[in-house]
Design a protein around this ligand. Sequence first.
Ligand code: GUN
Length: 282
Amino acid sequence: MPNIIDGKAHSARIRESLKEEIALFKEQTSVTPGLAVILAGDDPASYVYVRNKIKACEELGIKSFAYYLPASVSEGELLGLIDRLNSDVNVHGILVQLPLPEGLDEESIISRIDYKKDVDGIHAVNAGKLLRGADALLPCTPAGCIELIKSVTEISGKRAVVVGRSNLVGKPLAIMLLAQNATVTICHSRTRDLKEICRSAEILCVAVGRPNFITADTVKEGAVVIDVGINRVDGRLCGDVKFDEVSLKASHITPVPGGVGPMTITMLLSNTLKAARLQCGR
Ligand code: GUN
């Protein structure tokens, strides 16, 4: 039987120590880390994610500021809100929940966030710093994946394959694996011989948003498999990896739910403390 990588347990451990760090930070600086979360539109899944982020902040002693805007919000209004949050000293992190409703330009909205407050790590400055190996706010989901992989295996020297090339997950995850000295291949919808490439992976990370996309014949015996997908099929959550059969072949695998998901929010909390430290010079 493979080992299930328990993202919930890892997450709980990290949050416990973050809670202590935040309490100490408040004591030393009299500053409470603050996170602003903006949700435009009424996508039910995004609403649940945002609610969970707000709840997690409360549990750790981070002050949260939630902004629920209609899908009809204009780009000008949204940019105006970001400008106000950029100059609000009580707000150390700003997160704009994605995807944005149609008609809003993601690139111009994300680039308006002060990169020092970009706790999602997706501003071009943070993406560039990640690429160059400089200290940066890192995207939460890939950072969570790296923590989970490190908990079960040494990354250095391993063959890693990332399936998916989004700006939020696939691309930054590949760069983070490279920074850990893995030999990295990125696969995507136009990749030829995808199965064969995946079968070479000692570490296989999948973030394509397609239920059960990765089957057992796509996985190397003994691989570490990280499933970033969160798909809803017949009212039930499932990942991008066909868990029942791949779990018989992998040495370690993340479940959905309870794998990468909880780590994403944990890394957001960690980034918020990091951003507050940067802004307070502590
Ligand atoms: N939508 C799904 N995951 C994320 C995330 O990590 N950050 C943001 N901003 N939106 C998301």
